[in-house]
Write a protein that binds this ligand. Structure first.
Ligand SMILES: [Zn+2]
Ligand SMILES: [Zn+2]
Length: 371
């Protein structure tokens, strides 16, 4: 630990006024808000700590007597009531602590937007331009908060430390407490000429468009993270992240079961008896489908690779359609005669009980209800 007098560049017998002057000069030069050199902050801390000790007559006296002292401030030996004070009253007190000014640098907040996708978007993935209302960098001051051509100046009230010391009475007798400087809100610097565009905030609210490639296979509730696309940081701090939460709108025909798509295929009684070929509208265009003669209600037809492209992996799911045979409800006289003739010819047995079957189609239907 360098000698406090050397750190401040003053003589051992310097007057309180000289010490204060020296500290102000150095603080103005080294404050992290105005000095971007990598070692400026450490130097600033040392200078501030030296000032903390030497500006307090009691601490200075002990320091001059060679009282041992820990590098985080607070004279050792008999003193150190800063630490005692903290034990009793929690952090924030502490006469001898080398209080640091608050940095204006702050990480921007995360932002969340919700988007609704169609099932078709989910099957293949989609590009969306997303409108985000958030804080962006002020172009006028580039985030410095200062009017062009001006810069922050060291706070006169606290001398740049961001804190002021006050002597208060406590159970332990008079104690020096440290409180954030009200004049600079603890930053140690003030901005005499705030940027007119952002009123000294360094950021302005704005609507901006973020392009996003949404991968195939996303599901409702999934959050996509765009690092650094949230609120811009303060005073050069890192940006927050943007989260995009996906909601998949229900589709009038298709439901999703993992990577498979489900639908019902209505087949007329005659097509079910005779069989037919047809073309159905899949989410990615027409699909040829052969319905064999004698297909039963509840049969499930699987069309390979026409489901959802999975989020991870490459093989698409299948499209599964459950057959629903539609019995005609209105027949004219001629049709009725034909069906009666057919029934006579078939000599089909009447309705019969059989074992209850939890068939594939009913399973399919159960899934429909839960999706
Ligand atoms: Zn500005
Ligand atoms: Zn201040």
């Amino acid at each position: 630990m360098a000698d406090h007098y050397e750190v401040l560049g003053v003589a051992k017998d310097a007057s309180p006024e000289e010490i204060k002057k020296a500290y102000r000069r150095l603080a103005r030069e080294l404050h992290p808000d105005v000095n971007s050199a990598p070692d400026a902050e450490d130097k600033f801390k040392n200078v501030t700590h030296a000032y903390d000790v030497l500006s307090d007559p009691e601490q200075r006296r002990r320091y001059d007597m060679g009282g041992d002292e820990n590098p985080f401030g607070g004279a050792g030996g008999f003193g150190g009531f800063g630490d005692i004070f903290e034990q009793f009253f929690g952090a924030g007190g502490g006469g001898g602590r080398a209080a640091q000014p608050r940095s204006r640098r702050e990480r921007g907040q995360d932002a969340l937007v919700r988007i609704t996708l169609d099932l078709g978007d989910v099957v293949f993935g989609v590009h969306r331009d997303i409108e985000v209302d958030t804080a962006v960098l002020c172009e006028t001051c580039q985030g410095s908060c200062c009017a062009p051509g001006t810069s922050p100046v060291t706070c006169d009230v606290c001398g740049g430390s961001g804190h002021v010391q006050r002597q208060v009475r406590s159970l332990l007798g008079p104690v020096v407490t440290t409180a954030p400087c009200g004049s600079c809100q603890g930053y140690g610097t003030v901005i005499p000429n705030p940027c007119p565009t952002c009123q000294g905030q360094g950021r302005v609210r704005s609507r901006r468009t973020v392009g996003l490639d949404i991968p195939a296979g996303v599901e409702t509730g999934l959050r996509l993270q765009l690092p650094g696309s949230g609120e811009v940081g303060q005073a050069g701090g890192p940006n927050g992240d943007l989260y995009v939460e996906v909601q998949v709108a229900p589709h009038p025909v298709f439901s999703r079961d993992g990577d498979d798509l489900l639908a019902t295929l209505e087949v007329s009684m005659t097509d079910a008896i005779l069989g037919t070929t047809t073309s159905i509208d899949g989410l990615d265009g027409p699909v040829d489908l052969e319905i064999r003669a004698g297909v039963q209600g509840g049969d499930v037809l699987t069309i390979k690779d026409r489901g959802v492209t999975p989020l991870r992996g490459s093989r698409r799911g299948d499209l599964r359609v459950g057959v629903h045979v539609v019995t005609p409800t209105k027949l004219d006289a001629k049709e009725r005669q034909l069906v009666e003739d057919f029934a006579k010819r078939r000599k089909a047995p009447g309705p019969q009980l059989a074992q209850f079957q939890q068939g594939l189609f009913s399973k399919l239907r159960d899934r429909f209800r839960t999706h």
